[in-house]
Design a protein around this ligand. Structure first.
Ligand SMILES: Cc1cc2nc3c(=O)[nH]c(=O)nc-3n(C[C@H](O)[C@H](O)[C@H](O)COP(=O)(O)O)c2cc1C
Length: 196
């Protein structure tokens, strides 16, 4: 198996790179062929949403992202190693992710959230899963579907009075899931819930 590890921390030998190196050592010991690509010092500009990649098999911006595209062509598994910056990945790594917007292939969104705890004195586990695919080469990507549809549904629910709160709230505080989830399903986005 060929693995590419993208190290997204600007700090040499920091926590991210140390953990990435441990992963690489383990993967190599298990027989994998590993390429480590450090984003520190590379010139990888943010995506400018020019849509060039929707009609060509590459990005219009010429920079070090060319190295990453080449690595992706010969990789079976991709590892993102990132520090947490304000609850998110580093800007260096986010630029790489954004620049892979379409790059010739249909995209897919996979979500799995596992919650484990105690309810009424007994152990309880709930798993939420979404698998969503791009509709077709010409149409909405899975990323578009799973971000724009929820936003549009919530705007409609606010306009129709199904959401009464006004102002800024986390979605889970003001959106009734029994109304919201069927609207997602109507658009082909299925949330599978398993309780045990
Ligand atoms: C701009 C910035 C934002 C950060 N935001 C968070 C954060 O939201 N949550 C967190 O736990 N740590 C946060 N940290 C701490 C880093 O995740 C932490 O120091 C990490 O180990 C840095 O990785 P490195 O050693 O590879 O540089 C932040 C650090 C920086 C510089």
């Amino acid at each position: 198996m060929r693995i590419t590890v993208l190290v997204g921390s600007p700090r040499k030998n920091g926590n991210t790179e140390t953990l990435a190196d441990a992963l690489i050592e383990g993967a190599r010991a298990a027989g994998a062929e590993v390429t480590k690509y450090t984003l520190r010092g590379r010139k990888i500009a943010p995506c400018v949403n020019c849509d060039y990649c929707q009609t060509h098999d590459r990005c219009a911006v010429a920079d070090d992202m060319a190295d990453v595209y080449e690595l992706l062509q010969k990789t079976d598994a991709l590892v993102f190693a990132t520090p947490v910056y304000f609850y998110n990945m580093s800007a260096q790594l986010k630029a790489v992710l954004d620049r892979n917007l379409s790059y010739g292939d249909l995209d897919m969104v996979l979500v799995r959230l596992t919650c484990e705890g105690i309810k009424d004195g007994a152990a309880k586990k709930i798993v939420y899963e979404i698998v969503d695919r791009q509709e077709s080469k010409e149409s909405l990507t899975a990323m578009m579907r799973t971000t724009a549809f929820p936003a549009a549904i919530i705007a409609q629910m606010a306009a129709s009075g199904e959401i009464t709160a006004r102002g800024c709230y986390p979605q889970e505080k003001v959106v009734n899931p029994s109304l919201f989830i069927p609207k997602l399903k109507k658009r082909g986005i299925n949330l599978v819930i398993q309780e045990s």
